[in-house]
Design a protein around this ligand. Structure first.
Ligand code: PRP
Length: 206
């Protein structure tokens, strides 16, 4: 039995749709169910940012999670496959009407992704204060909490509707299949069998 942690929402639905097409049966969590067993797999319904924790600690053998989360948390796991789901980017957003002068000494950047933001600005040798927020990041520049944000951009709608624009792109992201290191050795045949089925399905959908 392989246990697979999926991030609540679209990526979980898209991943389960791939399983449904591979195994010819319906794969879906019902109601507020957090564990679902089907066809020899056990799926866990977890928050996006929690997927690496379940996998790193072996509560799940495998997980599907955004490259942005992997980059932010640097979990000690095996990165097996780019599933090409949930494609988005991590970008710096600033007010539409502004041109940020990065040499200013007192720039504040609000973000959920503190490590990605800090690493990016450190690489560019730009000194900024990074403020950690947990959601509604686009609000911060509108009320003077921050000069800029580092956030996920998928369609661009959230930034646009809040009068922000992308100033710089930091990285592209999509959902990756990750594995617990011990599981990868202990259950190698099972994991590689699933890996080859999933990578075929990903290739076919391109
Ligand atoms: C993300 C992100 C943006 C939005 C971008 O939030 O933080 O707010 O999506 O998408 P868009 O470019 O298509 O508008 P999400 O909906 O994942 O919620 P969260 O803040 O709870 O993570």
């Amino acid at each position: 039995m392989l246990t697979i942690a999926l991030p609540k929402g679209r990526i979980a639905e898209d991943t389960l749709a791939i399983f449904a097409s591979l195994f010819g049966t319906d794969f879906a969590f019902s109601g507020r169910e957090l564990i679902m067993e089907r066809e020899g797999f056990r799926f866990l319904n977890v928050r996006n940012q929690d997927v690496p924790t379940y996998v790193e600690h072996g509560a799940a053998d495998l997980g599907v999670v955004g490259l942005d989360v992997i980059t932010e948390k640097e979990p000690d796991v095996v990165d097996l496959l780019d599933m090409r789901l949930g494609q988005c980017s991590v970008a710096i957003g600033i007010p539409e009407t502004e041109q940020l002068d990065w040499s200013r000494p007192d720039i504040k950047v609000a973000t959920k992704m503190v490590n990605i933001a800090k690493n990016y600005f450190a690489q560019k040798a730009v000194g900024v204060e990074v403020l950690k927020l947990y959601g509604s990041i686009e609000l911060a520049p509108l009320v003077g909490l921050a000069d800029a944000i580092v956030d996920i951009v998928e369609t661009g709608t959230t930034m646009r509707e809040n009068g922000l624009k992308v100033a710089e792109k930091i990285m592209d992201s999509s959902a990756h299949l990750i594995a617990n290191k011990q599981s990868f050795y202990a259950k190698k045949a099972e994991i590689l069998d699933l890996y080859s089925k999933l990578s075929e399905a990903v290739k076919e959908s391109e």
